[in-house]
Design a protein around this ligand. Structure first.
Ligand SMILES: [Zn+2]
Length: 710
């Protein structure tokens, strides 16, 4: 029985960073110490839907998959209405038959719990489970992810179907692990504003703050007559003819992360108890689309699973060239790998053709599907499941092409993916479970993202666009890069980059201070430390807690709309004049040196500074630089940290490295639609073809080399 008391206990435990008992599986598998003896197969598979496929085809599908080289499938994550046709009446016989057929052909199974898509009987009987959107309107059933993460009825029924599944399949040969739910977040889909979330939010606040006095002072409720005298008076941030209190809005984002994570945790606790030999994970899509705290969500899961659809990025980026697209995709991989501190992740869904819901994504060019797989592996994937095996002839994803077309002929990607799977098996387990070394970190601070979304300061300024620009600029250097939360241990990195770190807690400031004192290079930008963690503006001159580290005071700050403000660089950053786009912090150095100044109307005012602090350096980019200048400046700063690729790489070619002991795999990926010549710093052997390369070599469009020093 899920009561208010258990919710509060759950809230308190999660806030304190509780830990669920690790799975037996986690001690058996993914152990780099003896990978040859791991009981897990390599996870090179597909997402499969026996629930959408005539049973007469299952045997043929399994045989074709085995011929293809597939080792595993994920099934079941949207099949609740078939598993529980009416409340309390369960039918898993069809799923058991499918699993038996698959296993007969040597294919193991990851089971998805189906809570992302409750059946019609459930929403008809319990309409209160429906999510309320950010305009206060209930979401209709018929799609997916339309339910409230707090609602106790939805939680009870979700846990019940997952428990019945777990009890049914705990000893079924061929079942190896679980995916809880499916894609919790995805922009607005990660937020509910219903009355249950409101009550849950109030409970969460009671657990976090204890008293209303603390909440009132933390949020500054004296503004607009918002002093709360009962917890039940506290609203959620819905339209109110005026913006929400920024402190309340930030805490609500945190609460929604908690609500989703604790929803998942209920199924996780049950799965650990019922199926201790199975792994447990969940799948999300990574930055820049995930909007809840994935560190909280994955804390007690075995590994990260990640869905990778470059085609969707192509649709929504409106024609982004392949070279830029490749960096957006890599940001997704690096952000997801960093969620479990660098542990190899699984691609639970990888694009296998024209992905599509309402629109088709662009047709992948010959070689791109293979290239995108290698890019995921190059950034830390230990396995890949292609979405999907066949193409549905009905439902909202009819346009989503799988490895088989609607008429069950082979898709254009079929042979290319089969070749890729074969190659990955040849490269082997040690490579797939190798680590990803990173000298550089990019801070992805959700508090700053959420707080800036409420009050951007300039109407085109978004945290995520800044994050993407900075990631792309640093990626041009080919430095190994982690994407980490603010407050993480920085000591392992040579350089740390933190764009628009608008919210800075004392803990985060201390971490940055220690890092620079110890010899690190910290590079940040405008709007640093404007707010504390309660989303109140600090009462000290900006950049607040980090003034001494940065060696500057922000004399004034300027949102830029139609003005043209240039940036002139000093000899240390020598280059053509830049342009300031959306924002200019005017800097007053105390101990810092000036690396760039503004032009009129702020001629001579410092725009970029560098400060020596302890053994390290702290660089402040007061100007929101144009893309070319940003890439040049961040590239120069990476080099200052002693990081420089020894490969000679033209535009569009990426290099990424994985390591296991003394062994390394150097992935050279040509994202360009044309051949590219690269220069090599020595002699290398291509692990895919056995070819020796030295001096220079040419990659065909979208081609891949996997090199080891000869
Ligand atoms: Zn809700």
């Amino acid at each position: 029985m899920y009561t208010r008391r258990t919710f509060l206990a759950n809230a308190t435990a999660l806030l304190a960073g509780s830990s669920v008992r690790p799975a037996v599986w986690s001690r058996l598998a993914l152990s780099n110490s003896d990978p040859a003896n791991s009981p897990m197969p390599l996870l090179l598979g597909v997402d499969y839907y026996p629930d959408q496929t005539p049973e007469s085809l299952w045997e043929e599908d399994a045989r074709l998959m085995a011929d293809f080289g597939i080792t595993n499938v994920r099934v079941g994550e949207f099949a609740w209405s078939l598993m529980e046709p009416s409340e309390g009446k369960f039918d898993f016989a069809w799923l058991r038959r499918a699993i038996e057929i698959l296993h007969k052909h040597g294919i193991v199974v990851i089971l998805g719990t189906p809570s992302a898509a409750p059946p019609p009987w459930l929403t008809a009987k319990y309409p209160e489970v429906l999510m309320v959107n950010d305009e206060g309107m209930p979401v209709s059933p018929g799609g997916r992810r339309f339910t409230c993460p707090t609602n106790k009825t939805y939680r009870r029924l979700s846990l019940q179907i997952a428990t019945e599944m777990a009890r049914t399949f705990v000893n079924t040969t061929g079942v190896i692990g679980w995916q809880i739910d499916n894609e919790f977040t995805l922009q607005r889909w990660g937020r509910c504003y219903c009355k249950f979330c409101r009550a849950g939010f109030q409970d969460w606040l009671r657990a976090k703050y204890g008293t209303l006095d603390t909440i009132n002072s933390t949020w500054g409720t004296a503004f607009w007559s918002q002093v709360y005298t009962e917890f039940t008076q506290i609203p959620v941030p819905l339209p109110s003819n005026g913006d929400a209190n920024p402190g309340l809005a930030l805490d609500y984002d945190r609460y929604q992360s908690f609500a989703n994570a604790s929803f998942l945790e209920e199924q996780l606790v049950m799965l650990r108890k019922t199926c201790p030999r199975h792994f447990v994970t969940t799948n999300n899509v990574g930055a820049p689309l995930d909007t809840i705290d994935l560190h909280e969500m994955y804390r007690n899961l075995d590994f990260v699973s990640h869905d990778n659809y470059p085609g969707f990025a192509q649709i929504y980026s409106q024609g982004m060239p392949p070279e830029a697209l490749s960096k957006l995709i890599a940001l997704g991989h690096d952000s997801m790998r960093s969620v479990k501190d660098g542990k190899p992740f699984l691609i639970m869904e990888e694009q296998s053709g024209k992905a599509g819901q309402r629109f088709f994504a662009p047709q992948p060019h010959k070689g791109q599907l293979r290239l995108w797989t290698y890019q995921a592996v190059a950034h830390g994937a230990m396995g890949v499941n292609y979405f999907r095996w066949d193409s549905a002839t009905f439902g909202a994803e009819e346009y989503w092409h799988g490895l088989l077309n609607h008429d069950r002929s082979k898709s254009i990607g079929f042979d290319e993916i089969r070749q890729t799977v074969k190659e990955l098996k040849t490269l082997g387990r040690e490579m797939l479970e190798a680590s990803y070394p990173a000298d550089v970190a990019l801070i992805f601070d959700l508090d700053s993202d959420w707080a800036l979304a409420v009050q951007p300061g300039q109407n085109k300024l978004t945290y995520r666009s800044q994050l993407i620009s900075w990631y792309g600029s640093i990626a041009d250097t080919h430095a190994g890069m982690d994407v980490i939360p603010a407050g993480a241990d920085l000591s392992r990195y040579k350089a740390v980059f933190a764009p628009v770190q608008y919210v800075v807690s004392e803990k985060e400031a201390s971490s940055i201070r220690r890092f620079v004192e110890g010899g690190g290079i910290f590079v940040t930008s405008f709007r640093l430390g404007v707010k504390d963690e309660s989303s109140q503006i600090v009462r000290t001159p900006l950049p607040g807690l980090l003034r001494d580290v940065m060696g500057v005071t922000v004399k004034d700050y300027v949102p830029i709309y139609s003005e043209k403000i240039g940036v002139k660089f000093s000899s240390q950053l020598a280059g053509p004049d830049g342009e300031c786009a959306l924002w200019a912090d005017l800097l007053q150095p105390s101990s810092a040196s000036v690396l760039a100044t503004y032009t009129e109307p702020y001629a001579g005012e410092p725009a970029i500074t560098i400060n020596s602090f302890g053994k390290g350096k702290a660089v402040y980019l007061g100007a929101d630089l144009d893309p070319a200048s940003l890439a040049r400046v961040l590239g120069a700063l990476v080099e200052t940290a002693g990081i420089k690729s020894s490969f000679g790489l033209p535009r569009g070619v990426e290099v990424s490295v994985r390591k296991s002991g003394e062994r390394q795999w150097i992935f050279v990926l040509n994202h360009a639609a044309a051949s590219r010549e690269i220069r090599l710093p020595g002699q290398f052997k291509d692990q895919l073809t056995g070819t020796m390369h030295a001096g220079s070599t040419t990659l065909d469009p979208y081609d891949v080399l996997v090199l080891q020093p000869a």
